[in-house]
Design a protein around this ligand. Structure first.
Ligand code: SF4
Ligand code: SF4
Length: 299
């Protein structure tokens, strides 16, 4: 079980109705993701752009892309149908902060029309420092950053390129910039009192050993939860590790790494790697009941 009891009381209180962060809450509270963010500003080797962001969601899934207005409409319909809805997240299908207009328009409209729903967002972190102010202003109290490494030599094996200041940057230099932005963004969010969860994708032979170090560092900087997820490598899901054909970790390998990190950090163990348009309690996905055509018909 997760060692949530190790969390300080004030953080526990802030996450008690968040299904992703509290083992108990995930039976009673529902979350939904709205897929409003199509673009991405980096390339992860394990990502196939035809599908949702593989940092936050299950590979091989294509979510229905919504405009901010459609996303809000859908949220209101879902909130009426599922009263346990407590959290709305933007997690893709690309990187939410690589689509700042669409992402913040959605948050702005939601804060107006559904002020009781908590907002969260996930990001690869590249654009994070420049949006920390705006995130705090929109009262986003949970941010997830995917941090797969803190060493640019490891990063160079995970990220072939990033798009940075209107240029494509490749290799080690790209990883160096990404890592710096992620760490800076993490520190800035913590300084603002925003809760930060860190996601890491475990890639055997690439960052598996290294993730213990990542766990130590992000904990020291104030992340409250670490979620180590397995690389899901399956060609038919569109996810394979670049040309290296990297395999997925076995469940035993994943558990061993999560256990090894546990001494350092609260580990999240019930993440379901949900779709960018997931709806409902964790472990159930009612997204198919709320496609946009159905939402329009329900209104
Ligand atoms: Fe794909 Fe997400 Fe990586 Fe962007 S951040 S390349 S969408 S896995
Ligand atoms: Fe929660 Fe993980 Fe699903 Fe995100 S992907 S909604 S953190 S269970």
């Amino acid at each position: 079980a997760e060692k949530m009891h190790a969390l300080p009381e004030d953080i526990r209180r802030r996450i008690e109705n968040h299904p992703c962060y509290s083992e108990e809450a995930h039976h009673h509270f529902a979350r939904m993701h709205v897929a409003v963010a199509p673009a991405c500003n980096i390339q992860c080797h394990y990502c196939n752009r035809k599908y949702d962001c593989a940092n936050e969601s299950r590979p091989g899934v294509v979510s229905e892309l919504l405009t901010p207005e459609q996303a809000v409409k859908k949220t209101l319909v879902v909130a009426a149908a599922i009263p346990q809805l407590s959290v709305l997240g933007i997690a893709g299908p690309g990187d939410p902060l690589a689509n700042p207009e669409r992402t913040f328009a959605t948050f702005r409209l939601l804060a107006e029309k559904a002020p009781d729903i908590k907002l969260c967002v996930s990001t690869n972190g590249l654009a994070l420092p420049q949006y920390v102010e705006e995130l705090a202003r929109h009262n986003i109290d949970h941010v997830t950053i995917t941090i797969n490494c803190i060493d640019p030599d490891v990063g160079a094996q995970i990220y072939p390129w990033i798009f940075w200041r209107n240029k494509r940057v490749r290799g080690r230099a790209a990883a160096e910039i990404l890592i710096e932005q992620q760490q800076k963004g993490l520190e800035m969010l913590v300084a603002k009192g925003v809760l930060v969860k860190v996601n890491s994708v475990m890639i055997p032979g690439v960052n598996d050993e290294h993730l213990k170090e990542v766990s130590k560092v992000v904990k020291a900087k104030g992340a409250f939860l670490h979620n180590v997820m397995p690389l899901i490598a399956a060609a038919e899901h569109g996810t394979f590790y670049g040309l290296m054909g990297q395999r997925s970790p076995t469940p035993e390998e994943l558990k061993a790494l999560q256990d090894a990190c546990e001494g350092e950090m609260n580990m999240m163990r019930h993440c379901r790697q949900c779709r960018a348009d997931a709806v409902g309690l964790l472990g159930e996905d009612r997204g198919a009941e709320f496609t946009m055509d159905k939402v329009e018909a329900m209104e």
